[in-house]
Design a protein around this ligand. Structure first.
Ligand code: ADP
Length: 391
């Protein structure tokens, strides 16, 4: 009696019945997330393989069942089946197959019947074993992937923790110099006062007080600038875009900055001929950017000019460029100037009280405004900083 023929003949009906049983079974929860087609997917192949093995001529060839079951196991692993759900799926298959073969089996002799039942059981058991095998393999692969992702996340977290430790120790280092100066000069002032209480406003006392004040201001700036950067890095810097008159905005900054240029006898040229009249931006943030760039241009220029140009750069963008005839920045330093606390060591003017945070803040503000900042510079010749912003 050739049961495989019956299985093959009725395979469509068996598969449909089987898929329906699997799909509707309350104990197989994984199917709730899947379509009927997704559940059906590899079942016809498993059944065809079973039929092939059950046919007497090929009964020793288990390879087809092995292959089909391996594929089935991998698919079920991907679909999130639990092992118990897969076992249940095969139990339903056994049930459906016997229901379809019942009529034929009842006509067979007891020997034939026993042989058929044993064969079907053996083949289904083999299929289950193979299916579990590849299921485990699929799950292991998934675990390995997850482990890889976790390793990356861990690396990133370690990097972040180290970076914040680094910037904290950098800040502490930056605070050390002005604090040492405050303590030193305050101590000197006190000693002089004790030695000669009449000399309240002697020149050296005034100088000490002045230096204490300067260092105090520097510490305050360092703290404010660091807070500004950490506000940005924590995503807590919020933009307030409004329709802004570009010329008015630039004038308001120039008014504040001009005395610095006059002090150093630098000529400050402002060219807004090609500037757009109005843009939508956060005027306070743009003011902050311009103040930083203009005061740097003046700080790092001993003689010559500081030239500000504002113009419409394209249909979408406007730009402000600030060119100075100052110290310039080496190409190596150009790659670092936007990092917090970086200062080109050999180029610091005597009276520079820079924090190394100005450009770090500027680049963050430009990013926040969806813009771009570029620098072109040559040592000894000067620098041009260009900020491009959306109109
Ligand atoms: P700082 O408070 O030191 O000026 P910034 O972040 O504003 O900090 O600038 C970082 C460094 O970049 C400066 O210390 C200086 O070496 C260099 N730099 C910035 N602007 C200019 C410029 N216009 N000309 C030459 N060097 C500059």
């Amino acid at each position: 009696m050739d049961f495989s023929q019956t299985l093959t003949n009725k395979s469509d009906a068996i598969v449909e019945q089987w898929v329906k049983a699997v799909y509707q079974d309350e104990e197989i929860e994984a199917t709730k997330e899947l379509t009927f087609k997704a559940v059906r997917n590899s079942l016809p192949r498993v059944l065809k393989a079973l039929a092939t093995v059950l046919s007497e001529s090929e009964k020793s060839d288990l390879q087809t069942v092995v292959d089909a079951s391996l594929e089935h196991g991998l698919l079920r692993a991907e679909q999130g089946f639990e092992p118990a759900e897969i076992a249940r799926e095969y139990r339903l298959l056994r049930f459906v197959i016997f229901a379809f073969l019942e009529e034929d089996l009842l006509k067979a002799s007891p020997v034939e019947l026993l042989r058929a039942v044993r064969l079907i059981d053996t083949v289904i058991d083999e299929a289950i074993a193979r299916c579990f095998n590849s299921y485990t393999h699929g799950r292991l692969q998934e675990l390995e992937q997850l482990q890889g992702q976790l390793r990356l996340t861990n690396q990133e977290l370690t990097r972040l923790v180290r970076a914040s430790q680094d910037s904290l120790s950098q800040l502490a280092h930056e605070l050390k110099t002005p604090l040492t100066s405050i303590i030193g000069y305050a101590d000197l002032f006190l000693r002089q006062q004790r030695q000669n209480p009449q000399l309240k406003d002697s020149a050296s006392n005034l100088q000490s007080i002045e230096r204490v004040m300067k260092s105090g201001r520097l510490i305050l700036r360092l703290i404010n600038d660091t807070l500004e950067i950490s506000r940005y890095d924590a995503g807590r810097m919020i933009l307030q875009p409004t329709a802004t008159d570009v010329r008015e905005l630039i004038n308001s900054v120039v008014e504040i900055i001009e005395p610095l240029a006059l002090n150093k006898e630098l000529s400050l040229i402002i060219d807004c001929d090609r500037a757009p009249n109005q843009v939508t931006t956060d005027p306070l943030r743009v003011q902050q950017i311009l103040t930083n760039l203009l005061s740097n241009a003046i700080r790092y220029t001993d003689s010559g000019t500081v030239h500000l140009q504002c113009y419409q750069e394209s249909e979408q963008n406007w730009a402000i460029s600030i060119t100075d005839t100052g110290l310039g920045i080496s190409s190596d330093a150009q790659t670092k100037i936007f990092q917090p606390y970086f200062r080109a060591v050999n180029q610091q003017p005597q009276d520079s009280h820079g924090t190394g945070l100005g450009l770090a803040i500027v680049s963050r503000l430009v990013q926040l405004l969806h813009g771009e900042i570029k620098v072109v510079s040559q040592l000894g010749k000067g620098s041009t900083f260009t900020v491009i912003l959306p109109l």
